[in-house]
Design a protein around this ligand. Structure first.
Ligand SMILES: Cc1ncc(COP(=O)(O)O)c(C=O)c1O
Length: 479
């Protein structure tokens, strides 16, 4: 069965049960089943001490909405239109239900872009450089540049000194930032903490860069002692460093100042390029009191952020800002576009800049500050309630990502769309995650948990290696 862990401890209460689709999404009459692929236990990081079977979610390929050739009389009978409308209506209802039970991925699902519906009929494409108009006139560069200016100001880079563009996602920002670093230092070695997002290691593979993984502290942030040791092993080659402004799993923020100090004290002054991966937290941290600053006043090369995470864009997008002087190395003029090519992608979503522009205008710095404070407050509430209930949990000081013991039942994990790694899971508290939602999650978790652990007769797992002894409530570490 796809979705079962099969370690004997799982599914104690609901053995063998597969989570049904939301009630209102009974697809039996509109989908065609295709043979199920046996995907159980695929993957697992080779050689990792934490090797554990990856339980893939229910495979989408077991169901799909088939596309059928229209019948000749469809237009007359209206049957086709009715069929499509019913599929869409059911799909919409399932989205409403799934949105209600989403906690694990850092997407802010609280927005209203009704005013932008009027633009849906246009094929807006910003292909090429945001600052140089191409011959394609249906673009939104006016909005894109406004958004880029806003971010450049936030990260303290003068208008005439920055270059950037609106990407398709945080991954593209990382691919671009690391590419710029590689172009600035073609023989540079890429350093990234082992808790960096997988897109960083993908960039290393794509660009065939030598990549050194650096150890992390229990919080998830880069261990600068190990960083120093690894730098010293490669003293003769420049360094390209990915600095995490919020890691994916633990929301840990690498100490940028310490990274810079380590580089400069060990003979790398003028021979390093830092890309800051701020996919989630890049836009939250500026509004957290006492948080260290990400700023181009420090010797960094680029910063990227996702637009569909904290900002709350309904489509994946992101922002990448770098120094103008770096960009000339990797750009070339394209006559066909009458523009310059310096982006990773060719065609670029021209709707995304408008959504970003709309949100930034509406909320402003003050609006974001308020939302960040609410997220952090609610994250503390969640962490405290988990701990009060004897569930191991951790919340990094600057973060709204609450890490806790992985729920024992994959059905529960899927229902709440939690992100898991090894023995831990996390909830990322975004502006749409309010106390009511957290309460109903907690209530359900407590109920299920007393069943999984037979009202305390079975011991919960030890997660001290993931979140530290102080945060773990296993038999050994319970105070
Ligand atoms: C730290 C970090 N970097 C990069 C990414 C990739 O962002 P995206 O999903 O927008 O491609 C993520 C996504 O969760 C992330 O957590």
């Amino acid at each position: 069965m796809v979705g079962s862990v099969g370690n004997g401890l799982m599914d104690l209460c609901d053995k063998g049960k597969v989570e049904p689709l939301p009630k209102e999404f009974d697809t039996t009459d509109i989908v065609e089943p295709v043979p199920t692929l046996d995907l159980e236990g695929v993957g697992g990081e080779e050689g990792s001490a934490k090797t554990r079977e990856i339980v893939l979610g229910r495979n989408v390929h077991t169901m799909c909405f088939t596309i059928k050739e229209p019948e000749v009389d469809d237009e007359v009978t209206g049957e086709r239109e009715a069929y499509m409308a019913s599929v869409l209506a059911r799909y919409r209802r399932s989205l409403i239900e799934r949105t209600k039970h989403h906690l694990g991925y850092p997407y802010n699902l609280d927005f209203d872009y009704g005013a932008l519906a009027q633009l849906q009929h246009f094929s807006i494409n910003n292909l090429g450089d945001p600052f140089i108009e191409s011959n394609y006139g249906v673009h939104s560069r006016q909005f894109e540049v406004g958004v880029l200016d806003w971010f450049a100001r936030l990260w303290e880079l003068e208008k005439n000194e920055y270059w950037g563009y609106i990407t398709n996602c945080g991954t593209e920002g990382n691919l671009h930032g690391i590419l710029v670093g590689r172009e600035v230092f073609p023989d540079g070695i890429l350093y990234a903490s082992k808790e960096s997002h997988y897109s960083v290691f993908k960039a290393a593979r794509m660009y065939r860069m030598e990549c050194v993984k650096v150890d992390t502290l229990i919080s998830g942030e880069i261990d600068c002692i190990d960083f120093k040791a690894k730098l010293l092993q490669n003293k003769e080659r420049p360094a390209v460093i990915n600095v995490n402004i919020g890691t994916t799993v633990k929301g840990a923020v690498d100490d940028l100042d310490m990274v810079i100090q380590t580089l400069e004290e060990n003979g790398f002054k003028g021979r390093f390029y830092i890309h800051c991966d701020g996919a989630l937290f890049g836009l939250m941290m500026p509004f957290v009191k006492r948080a260290p600053k990400v700023t181009f006043k420090k010797p960094i090369g680029s910063v990227s952020v996702s637009g569909h995470k904290f900002v709350g864009c309904p489509m994946p997008c992101g922002v990448q800002i770098t120094r103008l002087k770096h960009i000339n190395v990797l750009s070339s003029n394209v006559e066909y576009l009458a523009s310059r090519d310096a982006t990773i992608m060719g065609s670029r979503n021209g709707h995304a800049p408008i959504f970003l522009w709309y949100t930034l205008n509406r909320k402003g710095y003050r609006g974001f500050q308020k939302e960040v404070q609410k997220c952090v407050r609610n994250a503390h509430y969640l962490k405290d309630r988990l701990k009060e209930a004897g569930i191991g949990a951790m919340l990094n000081e600057l973060s709204s990502t609450v890490v806790f013991e992985r729920p024992k039942d994959d059905e529960f994990v899927r229902r709440w769309q939690l992100a898991c790694e090894g023995n831990i899971a996390h909830v990322v508290v975004m502006p749409n995650v309010n106390i009511d939602k957290l309460d109903s999650f907690l209530e359900e978790l407590f109920q299920k948990r007393s069943c999984w652990y037979q009202d305390g007769k079975m011991p919960p797992p030890c997660i001290a290696a993931d979140i530290g002894q102080d945060n773990c409530f296993c038999v050994l570490h319970k105070k």
